[in-house]
Design a protein around this ligand. Structure first.
Ligand code: SIN
Ligand code: FE2
Length: 217
């Protein structure tokens, strides 16, 4: 076998690994757009700074968060919700960059969800030790649209569970450039992220950034 040719083929057609019915891991799917995505992440964060949200139970989240798009996901003592206004700045969220929208649409289509039209993108920044407890994404109005998650920077262990919190979760290593899509029968699966391990990434240093795109409104 010609190893060079094999590598080139792999790069052009990233591996698609089914995780469950309606859930697909697309290895390296974001790599071709990584520089544009990172420039756009920086632009969003410059406009609407990262902050540690407070859960309804009064805990400060270890992950730092911002949003872009028509709607942003926020949490405070009153609960979780989508809001068109960033409560920190009292202004609309920055617009969703075309690079985010295009990649999410392509990834959703690869998983069988055509014409995905996200109106919300949550930007989560993990430093070593930051984690996300098992949860469902269920503040959106319409569960027929999938969730598309783009991972950049340091690797993380993604927990992909079942429809009940107690269901055993798959442990999936997510690396820079990986994209996960979950919808259909998997749309309400519990998921989370284990505490981020220390490390250094060539482009992001000691950080992981995850973008989750949703059709929320
Ligand atoms: C999320 O569930 O919103 C984020 C998942 C991740 O960081 O991979
Ligand atoms: Fe989530």
């Amino acid at each position: 076998m010609n190893l060079e040719l094999f590598d080139a083929t792999e790069a052009a057609e990233p591996a698609a690994l089914p995780l469950a019915d309606g859930a697909l891991l697309l290895r390296g799917f974001a790599l071709a757009a990584q520089y544009q995505l990172l420039a756009d992440v920086r632009g969003v964060i410059a406009a609407a700074p990262l902050r540690h949200l407070i859960t309804p139970g009064g805990l400060r989240m270890s992950v730092a968060t911002t949003n872009c798009g028509a709607l942003g996901w926020v949490s405070d003592r009153r609960g979780y919700r989508y809001d068109a206004i960033d409560p920190e700045r009292n202004l609309p969220w920055p617009p969703m960059p075309a690079s985010f929208r295009a990649l999410a649409r392509q990834a959703a289509a690869r998983a069988g969800f055509d014409a995905f039209a996200p109106d919300a993108c949550l930007v989560n920044r993990y430093l070593p030790g930051a984690k996300l407890s098992l949860h469902q994404d269920r503040d959106e109005h319409d569960f027929s649209a999938p969730i598309v998650s783009i991972s950049l920077g340091l690797p993380a262990v993604f927990l992909f569970g079942g429809l009940r919190r107690a269901d055993k979760a798959l442990r999936v290593a997510l690396r820079h450039g990986d994209v996960v899509v979950w919808g259909g029968a998997s749309r309400l699966r519990f998921h989370g992220v284990l505490p981020l391990a220390d490390g250094q990434h060539g482009l992001l240093g000691g950080e992981r950034v995850n973008l989750t795109l949703r059709a929320a409104g």
